[in-house]
Design a protein around this ligand. Structure first.
Ligand SMILES: [Fe+2]
Length: 318
């Protein structure tokens, strides 16, 4: 009798195959589990950036005793918002500027931004229903451009005015060289010691500080030889001479949009106080630069800073 010892079937290759299949199955299952518990990162949108800035505004203001007692949290940042474009657009690049002129908007688009963060409104307050005689309506043209390109325009104003650290209000005195704790302050103004400089010395120092912001000269009201004590700063249209004077300052750094010069100037001459007058854009530009730097740290997409500074230049006779 012949005993046939049958060899077990060679299953090594099929075993290998099934092992590979099992490994692949496990990997697929593992990946499915990963995907199920960690959905892909949400696209960065203008809505998200706005929410992050406002949450940071609330957080920093709540932590600051000067603001915390005067604000209700969460702060209603009415006045800020998405003025053009779809807030849920995925953001590929961001431009940050004080103004959204047509030229700056076009530059932002050319350089790859599809979100434009702007401080001031893109249209003036004197917009009429009809264009001025002999002119194309510049505002309508800008609105049509925004619609056509889909550029998202986010007006970041009130939160950027107030936020401690990179806000317009706190960045301005720092830019002028006043560091440390102010002698006095409120939601709008800060008061610092001038170190006893004369008005001429002080105004020349401020002129040197604003030069990189595009302002070559500052306006000065008051006796140049007068010794100064306390200087007060504010920004934008928030430089009301009367409110500033009530805070005990003898030198007021005001903006050209914050007062009527005949009125503030007359008071200063009558009261033996001093005014140093700068452009609205000059006073706010340090905050816009600081905002741009902050946003660049917040996101992974490119951030372009588009400076404006002083909106005009001064010329003298040749
Ligand atoms: Fe402003």
């Amino acid at each position: 009798m012949m005993i046939v010892i049958s060899r077990p079937p060679d299953t090594s290759s099929s075993r290998r195959g099934s092992m590979i299949l099992s490994a692949a199955k496990c990997f697929a299952l593992a990946m499915a589990a990963v995907v199920a518990c960690c959905p892909p990162a949400a696209a960065l949108t203008a809505r998200e950036i706005r929410a992050r800035l406002e949450a940071e505004g609330d957080r920093r203001l709540r932590a600051n005793p000067m603001f915390a007692g005067n604000l209700k949290f969460p702060v209603n940042w009415a006045g800020d918002g998405i003025l053009a474009g779809d807030p849920d657009t995925e953001i590929r690049g961001i431009a940050v500027s004080w103004l959204a002129t047509e030229a700056l908007l076009k530059e932002a688009l050319k350089r790859g931004a599809n979100l434009f963060i702007v401080h001031e409104p893109p249209y003036g307050t004197q917009i009429a229903a009809q264009p001025l005689p002999g002119e194309e309506d510049a505002a309508a043209r800008k609105a049509a451009w925004l619609k056509k390109t889909g550029m998202v325009l986010y007006r970041c104003h009130n939160v950027e005015d107030l936020i401690p650290g990179f806000g317009v209000r706190s960045s301005w005195p720092k830019w002028l060289g006043f560091k440390g704790k102010p002698l006095a302050g409120n939601m709008i103004y800060e008061v610092y010691d001038t170190g006893g400089l004369t008005l001429d010395e002080l105004s020349r120092r401020i002129a040197a500080r604003v030069r990189p912001l595009g302002q070559r000269t500052v306006g000065v009201v008051g006796d140049p030889a007068r010794k100064t004590r306390r200087i007060i700063t504010g920004t934008g249209v928030g430089t009301r001479w009367r409110d500033m004077a009530l805070m005990g300052a003898d030198v007021l750094v005001v903006t050209d949009d914050g007062n009527q010069s005949w009125e503030a100037g007359q008071w200063a001459l009558d009261a033996n106080k001093s005014l140093i007058i700068v452009n609205h854009g000059t006073a706010e530009e340090p905050g816009i630069k600081a905002l741009s730097d902050y946003v660049a740290k917040l996101v992974k997409v490119p951030v372009i800073y588009l400076p404006v500074g002083c909106i005009y230049r001064t010329v003298g006779a040749r």
